[in-house]
Design a protein around this ligand. Structure first.
Ligand SMILES: [Fe+2]
Length: 439
C-alpha cells in the first residue's frame, strides 16, 4: 500500500485531484463443471508448450481426495511434465513458501518450472502465488513483505504462468492481488500485495468442491459473503485521490459500477444457496452457485476493498489462530451490518432484501437494521458456525482492549476502506458487541 495516498481531499495541502479513473484487473477465468479438463487448453492459451515442466502446489489432504491425480493425469496425457509439491498447510507461514522455493530451486535451479499450478484452499493458492513471485523477482519472500516486517521491495515481474484451481468457495485468492502469510516469530500475518502476485488464470470447477466438509463450506461461504457486503458498502472510487502515477493506485480502490453489479449478485447467490451447500454437499448445483458467489464476491470486495470485519479479523486470527472464515462470520453482524449501517441506511436496507428479509412496511432504517437479523438467522440455519467471539475462541470482555488497539494500530490499510471512521473506542464497542451474536 502506498504511503502518500489519502482518501479525503477536503483540507489536504497537495496537488492531487479526485480520482477520475478506475481499472479492473483479473486473471483469465474459466468456470463450470469439469472445467479442469480444459487446463491443457488454458495453459496453451498462456503460451505454455507441450513438454513444458510444471509444479502443482497443494497440500496432503487434497492429494488424498484424488483431485490432484485427476489434474496430473490430464496434464500428463496432454504432454506436460508435472511434479507435485504437497507441503502447503492451513494459514501458511513465510517458512512454508521458503520450503516450496527450496524444492523448486533444488529440482529446477534458478530458472524454476515453466509453469505453476496452485490447487486447494486459499492457503495453497497463496503459497503458489508467493513461490511464483519470488522465482520471478529473485531474493526471498520477506524482501516483498511490507516494512517493518519485510523489506517492502516492489515486485516488478509476474514471471512464468500461474494457474489457480480453488477447491473451496470463498477466499477469492484465485483472482486477488494479495497473498497472506503468518510470520511465526511475531505471531502476525503479513501480505504481499501487488498486481504481479495475481494469477494469469483461474479455473473454477464445482466438481472439486463437493468433498469440502460442512464447516469449511459454511466458513468460506461466509467469507465470500463478507467480501461482497464490504465491497458493496465501501467508498466510491471517486472519493479517493487520483495518484500522480497510475502504478501507485491502490489495489483496493473503491466501488465502481462493475464491483456493484458483482457484489449484488454475490449476496443473492450466497443467501439462496449456502444452506443447501452446507447441508447437502453433493448438490453440484448449489456448489456451483457458491463457487460463482465466491468469484463474484471477490471481484467486488477484493477490487473495491474490504473493511472493518477484515480489519478486526486479522488481530483475532493472529492471537487465537482462528480460521479466517469463521472469524469473519462472527464479526460481520456487529461490524459491517451493525456499526457501518449508519453510513448509508438505504444501501443496507437493499442488502436486507438481497439477503432475503421481508422488509415490507418498515422504514428505511428499520429495514437496514433487518440485514443484521437476517444474516444471524442464516448463520443459525447453517448450524456449524460459532455464535460469537466467546464461542469462537473463548474470548472474554477483558481481552478485547488489546484487540481494539491492534485493529486501529495495524489495520489502517483496511480501515481506510471503511465507510465510517473507526476510533479505538469504536472498535472496542464492536468487539464487545461481537462476543455473542445469539445465546
Ligand atoms: Fe476474507
Amino acid at each position: 500500500m502506498t504511503g502518500n495516498y489519502d482518501r479525503t481531499i477536503s483540507a489536504a495541502d497537495h496537488g492531487l485531484g479526485p480520482e477520475t479513473v478506475w481499472e479492473i484487473q483479473l486473471p483469465a477465468i474459466r468456470f463450470g463443471r469439469n472445467a479442469v479438463e480444459e487446463l491443457d487448453f488454458q495453459l496453451a492459451e498462456l503460451g505454455v508448450d507441450d513438454g513444458a515442466s510444471g509444479l502443482i502446489i497443494t497440500d496432503e489432504p487434497m492429494v488424498q481426495t484424488g483431485h490432484v491425480d485427476r489434474v496430473t493425469d490430464h496434464l500428463e496425457d496432454a504432454g506436460f511434465d508435472v511434479t507435485v509439491w504437497d507441503g502447503a498447510e492451513p494459514e501458511p507461514s513465510i517458512e512454508t513458501v521458503d520450503s516450496c522455493l527450496e524444492f523448486v530451486r533444488e529440482n529446477e535451479g534458478a530458472e524454476g518450472y515453466d509453469f505453476y499450478l496452485g490447487m486447494g484452499g486459499g492457503s495453497s493458492l497463496d503459497v503458489a502465488k508467493g513461490t511464483r513471485a519470488v522465482m520471478a523477482n529473485g531474493g526471498e519472500v520477506l524482501d516483498y513483505v511490507a516494512e517493518p516486517t519485510g523489506a517492502g521491495e516492489t515486485l516488478t515481474e509476474s514471471g512464468d504462468p500461474l494457474v489457480l484451481v480453488p477447491t473451496t468457495a470463498g477466499t477469492g485468492s484465485e483472482i486477488s492481488p494479495v497473498a497472506i502469510y503468518a510470520v511465526e516469530e511475531k505471531e502476525i500475518k503479513e501480505g504481499i500485495s501487488s498486481n504481479h502476485v495475481r494469477a494469469d488464470a483461474a479455473v473454477l470447477d464445482p466438481t472439486l468442491t463437493t468433498t469440502m466438509p460442512a464447516s469449511v463450506t459454511a466458513a468460506t461461504g461466509m467469507d465470500a459473503l463478507a467480501h461482497a457486503l464490504e465491497g458493496y458498502t465501501t467508498h466510491d472510487h471517486d472519493s479517493f485521490l487520483r495518484p500522480e502515477d497510475p502504478a501507485q493506485r491502490p489495489v483496493y480502490a473503491g466501488q465502481t459500477d462493475v464491483t456493484e453489479m458483482f457484489g449484488r449478485r454475490a449476496i443473492e447467490l450466497v443467501a439462496n444457496n449456502i444452506r443447501t451447500a452446507v447441508h447437502n454437499g453433493e448438490d453440484v448445483e448449489a456448489r456451483a452457485a457458491m463457487l460463482k458467489a465466491s468469484l463474484f464476491g471477490a471481484i467486488c470486495g477484493l477490487t473495491a476493498g474490504v473493511s472493518l470485519s477484515h480489519a478486526m479479523a486479522y488481530p483475532v486470527g493472529n492471537q487465537y489462530h482462528t480460521s479466517h472464515g469463521e472469524t469473519i462470520a462472527v464479526l460481520t453482524p456487529a461490524s459491517t451490518l451493525g456499526y457501518n449501517v449508519a453510513s448509508d441506511p438505504e444501501r443496507f436496507a437493499e442488502i436486507a432484501t438481497l439477503l432475503g428479509a421481508d422488509v415490507e412496511g418498515m422504514s428505511t432504517r428499520e429495514a437496514a437494521d433487518e440485514a443484521r437479523r437476517e444474516y444471524v438467522r442464516l448463520q443459525q440455519d447453517l448450524n456449524v458456525l460459532p455464535s460469537g467471539l466467546a464461542e469462537l475462541a473463548g474470548i472474554s470482555a477483558d481481552e478485547i482492549d488489546w484487540l481494539a488497539t491492534q485493529t486501529v494500530e495495524t489495520q489502517q490499510r483496511l480501515l481506510r476502506c471503511n465507510p465510517r471512521p473507526v476510533t479505538e473506542e469504536d472498535a472496542l464497542q464492536v468487539f464487545h458487541d461481537a462476543l455473542h451474536n445469539w445465546e
